[in-house]
Design a protein around this ligand. Structure first.
Ligand code: ATP
Ligand code: MG
Ligand code: MG
Length: 381
């Protein structure tokens, strides 16, 4: 079957669909929302919930190879699809990334090989666990173990009293309390692996977050040392091989003020910080996802231009209460700007609507044009 099956309909799915189509495949998307970015681009849209038995069955009628673009697709749905075809990444791999407790246990188990640990943390399943929390973890960040993204489901707590209050407000949701670390900067490492075990690792991406949401990605990273780059890239390759992962995986790391490296979390799919690969690398992360699932050779990860990726959030559609149209014509007049809009029906604050990649002969020029675009669009720098 030359139709690839995708569970999830967001922008990551849309970019996957575009790359799959460019490589000669058709894509069938399982997604409950009609107007979702990937459903609009897909060759076939099966409109049903991710755990809908009939929807899954229909997807399996058209496809024998499946992937996902959304890390919170029920692992049971992926397991179901695996009964009839090849699922990459597997339900087992995705389920590790769906739960911060399992994810941190995985990173800790692999630490003897990678040399990199997660942040000091405590697992909070019930109120009784609060008594065991060490003072060492304050100030800390309380994170729900499951379903959090873009900083949602996170509360910063200065002491045990604030923790008690925040945990009580979550009403029995299993959480992780992480020590707040003195970050120097944040990086991510994108890796891809085929079913034959062949793996490739992209250059280090340096990420700036605002209010818990990715703001910019800069590649090459202006700060990372050659040593830290090698260490995190090797760690990513070890981690992806350890769980026999097939597909694209992104691992986020913190570099602390003392130069040490901590592993934060991983996403079992292409990642926002890897969008730059579409315009700046020989093979994009989405093309890599297609190749890995379809059993094709992985592509060259070489970056051919320095770049900065700027996320476009729905906020710039609003001028006070008034809805406006961003001045794309002025942005596109910048020579290095590649605009990607996701076709979302409605702009909302803090909603990812698109991104712009600035590709220039020098990183300085890419950065300068990114700043010009921010001025044009009314994005504070
Ligand atoms: P994503 O959208 O990346 O999946 P998320 O909601 O899963 O986000 P995290 O990546 O865990 O959340 O945290 C979001 C951001 O908050 C991080 O990129 C970092 O800037 C900050 N942060 C998280 N944990 C810590 C920590 N232990 N110490 C300091 N800063 C942290
Ligand atoms: Mg996350
Ligand atoms: Mg994160």
């Amino acid at each position: 079957k030359t139709t690839l099956g995708l569970v999830g309909g967001g922008q990551l799915g849309r970019m996957f669909v575009h790359e799959a189509q460019a490589l000669g495949f058709k894509v069938a998307v399982l997604e409950p929302e009609a107007a979702s970015p990937a459903a609009q681009a897909a060759d076939l849209h099966i409109q049903a919930a991710y755990d809908d038995a009939q929807g899954l069955q229909q997807l399996a009628q058209y496809c024998s190879t499946f992937t996902t673009e959304f890390e919170n697709v029920p692992a049971a749905s992926l397991a179901k699809l695996a009964e009839t075809g090849f699922v990459a990444p597997s339900a087992a791999c995705v389920s590790i990334a769906q739960d911060r407790i399992e994810e941190k246990a995985f990173f800790t188990r692999c630490a003897p090989q990678t040399g990199i640990l997660p942040a000091p943390h405590a697992i909070l399943r019930s109120e009784a666990d609060l008594a065991q929390v060490s003072d060492d973890l304050f100030p800390g960040i309380l994170k729900t173990a499951r379903m959090g993204y873009d900083g949602k489901g996170q509360v910063r707590v200065k002491n045990i009293d604030e923790l008690r209050l925040a945990f009580a407000q979550l009403k029995g949701v299993v959480c992780v309390l992480e020590k707040m670390l003195p970050l120097a900067y944040e990086i991510s490492v994108l890796v891809a692996r085929g079913a034959d075990g062949q793996a490739v690792v992209y250059p280090i991406a340096e990420n700036v977050h605002r209010d818990g949401i990715l703001f910019t990605t800069t590649v090459p990273s202006p700060h990372v040392s050659a040593e830290a780059a090698l260490k995190t890239q090797n760690a990513a390759l070890k981690l992806i091989a350890d769980i026999n992962y097939v597909g694209v995986l992104c691992i986020e790391f913190f570099v602390l003020q003392d130069g040490s490296v901590v592993v934060n979390e991983m996403a079992p799919r292409p990642h926002n910080s890897g969008h730059y690969t579409i315009d700046a690398c020989v093979t994009s992360q989405f093309a890599q996802q297609v190749r890995a699932m379809a059993g094709l050779p992985l592509g060259d990860v070489r970056q051919h231009s320095p770049c900065v990726m700027l996320n476009i959030l729905g906020d710039i559609w609003f001028d006070g209460e008034r809805e406006i149209q961003p001045a794309w014509d002025k942005v596109l007049a910048l020579p290095s700007a590649h605009l990607h809009l996701y076709g979302k029906a409605e702009a909302r604050r803090a909603r990812k609507m698109g991104h712009i990649t600035f590709i220039a002969p020098s990183l300085e020029q890419a950065q300068a044009e990114m700043q010009q675009a921010c001025q044009i669009l009314g994005i504070a720098l």
